[in-house]
Design a protein around this ligand. Structure first.
Ligand SMILES: NC(=O)c1ccc[n+]([C@@H]2O[C@H](COP(=O)([O-])OP(=O)(O)OC[C@H]3O[C@@H](n4cnc5c(N)ncnc54)[C@H](OP(=O)(O)O)[C@@H]3O)[C@@H](O)[C@H]2O)c1
Length: 349
């Protein structure tokens, strides 16, 4: 494994971050394909053996059970100071707003619950999961700063935002002397590259770490269409929602990934992640099987030539925003979020 600094923090993170959205009680959340605690522990154990020290979960994942499984596995398998644990908080609910719970109080409640779920007294990175149009950014930043000052969070990160939102937030934080966001977890992979317009150059300018999610397009960049259909491929309505509309145009890129994988004698996962590793700090890669994390870890040792990188990039055409980012606008402020409700709705159809 290789390691690097996470943006302007002193966290030393593995170049692969283990995405923990696939861990948790399958009966208690938005995903029906998540794995139980015993299997979670096996995968985290293997991740640690491979040198993966960076773990990404969220309070939203399977109603906090992902945090619980991750926390207990790390307690049993590692020294707390040897791992970098990231978790995320959700926007304020309508009930909280009506009951006068401020953004600051909301963050305090959320981090206390996450720390309880994790069985930890701090998280290394506390992530603003998605832009909350109903809560002033000052209140969010003040709440996050209080979490840092109290020692409950070492650093803060942001996810699912536009570059202008991050720039605005960090400018306010700087003016107020609050903690600034050191990382951004956006949706970025070979078949979804909209982050390259504004976010990638902005983060380079500011030394903010990019830790993109769905680095393998939820498996689409790991296998040819129809190959090894999995429980997740069949049941993950949320990923279908993100990728089905552009599947035809994306297949050209996926074919090129496959072609280069054959040429190098490696997996498609390794090629897809080797490309992304030339752009970002640490991709967040979902693992629900031992071979998933093995493939991801191997990617750090694969170097593609400039011609190969260009060959992978050449067929891309701009994509409409998908998933959480498609909802990131003021007129959706009163809507329940697609991430928390949408996939269930899709599944029910
Ligand atoms: N901030 C956010 O809003 C947000 C949103 C989504 C995800 N995330 C984070 O990002 C993480 C990753 O997201 P994701 O799971 O959607 O995307 P992903 O990493 O793009 O996809 C993971 C899937 O790819 C396949 N895969 C992984 N490694 C493989 C390997 N070595 N060989 C073959 N197939 C492999 C598996 O699919 P099969 O199971 O079908 O085999 C696996 O479930 C999550 O766990 C979560 O931590 C954050």
């Amino acid at each position: 494994m290789k390691y690097t600094k996470l943006g302007n923090s002193d966290l030393n993170v593995s170049r692969i971050c283990m995405g923990c959205m696939g861990f948790g009680d399958a009966k208690r959340g938005q995903h029906s394909w998540t794995i139980d605690e015993a299997h979670t522990k096996e995968i985290i154990k293997h991740g640690l053996e491979l040198g993966v020290n960076f773990y990404d979960t969220a309070i939203a994942y399977q109603s906090g059970t992902s945090e619980q499984y991750v926390g207990r596995a790390i307690r049993d398998l590692a020294q707390r100071e040897d791992v970098v644990v990231a978790t995320k908080f959700l926007p304020r609910t309508q009930d909280e707003i009506e009951n006068g719970i401020t953004g600051q109080k909301h963050i305090e409640n959320m981090i206390n619950t996450s720390l309880q779920n994790l069985g930890m007294d701090y998280v290394d990175l506390y992530i603003y999961h998605m832009w909350d149009w109903n809560t002033p950014i000052y209140d969010i930043l003040d709440g996050l700063n209080k979490a840092v000052k109290s020692g409950k969070a070492r650093y803060i990160g942001i996810s699912n935002c536009f570059a202008w939102q991050l720039a605005k937030a960090n400018a306010i934080a700087e003016k107020e002397g609050f903690a600034k966001f050191v990382s951004v977890q956006g949706h970025y992979n070979l078949i979804f590259r909209e982050e390259e317009r504004e976010m990638v150059p902005f983060c380079e300018e500011e030394n903010i770490a990019l830790t993109p999610y769905s680095a393998l397009a939820s498996g689409r960049l790991s296998r040819q269409k129809g190959e090894q259909d999995t429980k997740r491929a069949a049941e993950d309505a949320y990923a279908k929602f993100k990728y089905d509309a552009t599947a035809q145009q994306d297949s050209v890129i996926i074919d090129r990934v496959s072609e280069l994988a054959q040429k190098h004698g490696v997996s498609m996962t390794e090629v897809s992640l080797a490309w992304l590793l030339t752009k970002v700090t640490s991709p967040v890669v979902g693992a629900t099987k031992l071979h998933h994390i093995e493939g991801a870890a191997k990617a750090v040792d694969l170097t593609l030539t400039d011609d190969e990188l260009a060959y992978l990039e050449e067929p891309y055409v701009p994509h409409p925003l998908a998933g959480v980012m498609a909802q990131n606008k003021r007129e959706n402020a009163k809507e329940k979020h697609v991430w928390t409700t949408g996939s269930q709705k899709i599944r029910e159809k």
